[in-house]
Design a protein around this ligand. Structure first.
Ligand code: MAN
Length: 490
């Protein structure tokens, strides 16, 4: 800031100054007017036509330190009109429009000092110096962008690798869940059958033991008739008989020969062992089916077995088989549960937006931590933010150009809304938090660097700015070649 000299300027002097400005420079220069709009400041038969309306005012009103046009355009060079602008030429640096209220306010706003034309303050021209400093700054920025762009390529490859991994994992999980579901259905059904068979055997044991007559003496024993003659288990046996019908038991079809070869204990045991093997390998569904159907297709001989008193089936083995099957079913279910949870977790990744070319995918779940203003902040990218143990929001959306991550729905503020956070992303080589603030209660702002937002466009903007500065710099030959060299670096 320059030094304020409180020197009263007589009004008549200001008028002379203004007149001189207008008369010597004419239309080629109107103080504070943007040169691109200079033609609009033409004297049209003694009038100035306000720029943004049809209003016209006497030409002498231009820059007379009194606001005549409603749109304020008659005072580009004074602070008389609110909201109008003053053009700083800033030769050697970048031209800029400042608010007219900044004109002659005792602060040097234009680097060429032109805004303080009443001389209340001494404003040495710093434009060339500013230009040089800005070029140096741009060089540093371009260096970071270049490194960032390189890192961004790596991040992109990492993201696309992660994307394919997620797709593959999803497919594998879906297949194995489907297989396990089929297997579970089969196992449940088969378990039900085995339990049914066991119940039938046990019930008939009871009937056989309680029966007055000798079952073996019945050539083609009618179990129901026998039961009717028998015990208090009568009702139960009736119902089991019905279940037996459901199994399509056809004793006529099964010969003793077949029974003997299949219903031995070792056959049942072997079958159970095979079942165990099958259930531990989810890829053997077909084998399992075959085994079970082979096995179960033999059950009809049970009727024969009871009628012929050739009971050899070992109910203990059947029980063991059932308990094995239950155990396998349990394992299958917990595996299924685990895979379903994992699939849900993996699928959550697909519900987020990872920006152009999915570049942000590799950053997801990366957590950055920082201590600021007495709090410990933790930012997990595209996931959630915390302040100590307080939730500052979970990731909800991006801004339109993927430079702000918006987190919402955090812990409610006392007597206020839910906490929320905006994370501003700036180009940088690494992921680092630069600053955290709470501009309004329970609304947090983070600034962080990441290569994900480095862009060629940003570099082009810097180059364009450098071109303007270089073309504005009033340089010697030597300075020019030095600057040209720097420009090449940009
Ligand atoms: C806590 C912090 C602060 C917040 C107040 C609001 O102290 O989360 O950031 O401003 O609560 O009561």
């Amino acid at each position: 800031m320059g030094l304020i000299k409180m020197r009263p300027v007589p009004v008549f002097l200001i008028w002379i100054l203004l007149l001189v400005t207008q008369e010597t420079c004419g239309i080629s220069k109107v103080r504070g007017a943007d040169p691109q709009k200079l033609h609009l400041y033409e004297n049209k038969e003694g009038f100035f036509h306000c720029l943004n309306s049809s209003q016209k005012v006497p030409y002498s009103s231009l820059n007379d330190d009194f606001c005549d046009c409603d749109d304020g355009t008659d005072e580009p060079g004074t602070a008389a009109c609110d909201g109008s602008t003053f053009y700083c030429e800033n030769i050697g640096y970048v031209p800029v429009n400042i608010l007219s209220s900044q004109v002659n306010d005792g602060i040097c706003d234009c680097c060429d000092g032109s805004d303080e034309w009443l001389g209340y303050v001494d404003c040495p021209n710093r434009c060339v110096q500013n230009g040089k400093e800005r070029i140096e700054q741009m060089l540093a920025e371009v260096k970071i962008i270049k490194q960032g762009l390189k890192k961004r390529e790596e991040l992109k490859s990492l993201s696309s690798l992660r994307f394919s991994e997620l797709v593959n994992k999803t497919k594998l999980l879906q297949v194995s869940i489907h297989e396990a579901e089929v297997l579970e259905r089969k196992a449940k059904k088969e378990l039900h059958w085995l339990e049914h068979v066991l119940r039938v055997i046990e019930a008939r044991d009871i009937v056989a033991n309680a029966s007055v007559g000798n079952l073996s003496s019945h050539s083609s024993g009618d179990v129901v008739t026998t039961n009717e003659e028998s015990s208090n288990d009568l009702g139960r046996t009736h119902s089991l008989q019905n279940e037996d019908d459901e199994l399509n038991v056809n004793s006529e079809k099964t010969s003793d020969e077949v029974y003997k070869s299949t219903m031995r204990s070792d056959f049942v045991l072997e079958t159970c062992q095979n079942i165990s093997k099958v259930y531990t390998s989810s890829h053997m569904l077909l084998r399992l089916q075959k085994l079970f159907f082979d096995f179960l297709s033999k059950f009809p001989v049970l009727s024969n077995f009871f009628k012929g008193s050739q009971r050899k089936i070992d109910t203990e083995v059947l029980k063991l088989c059932i308990s094995n099957l239950k155990e396998h079913l349990e394992t299958l279910r917990s595996e299924l549960e685990k895979n379903r949870t994992e699939l849900e977790r993996v699928q959550q990744y697909f519900s987020s937006d990872y920006g152009p070319e999915n570049v942000f995918l590799a950053l997801r779940d990366i957590c950055l931590e920082v201590d600021s203003q007495g709090y410990h902040y933790k930012l997990c990218l595209l996931s959630h933010v915390t302040q100590d143990s307080i939730n500052l929001g979970k990731f909800s959306q991006w801004d339109s150009n993927y430079t702000k991550m918006i987190f919402s729905d955090g812990t409610p503020c006392w007597n206020g809304p839910a906490r929320s956070t905006v994370v501003n992303l700036l180009c940088g080589v690494n992921e680092t938090i630069l600053k955290v603030s709470e501009p309004s209660k329970c609304q947090y702002h983070f600034w962080m660097t990441t290569c994900a937002v480095c862009s060629v466009h940003e570099m082009k903007k810097l180059r364009d700015e450098a071109n303007i500065i270089l073309s504005n710099l009033n340089l010697t030959k030597g300075q020019k070649s030095n600057m040209a060299h720097k420009h090449d670096e940009l």
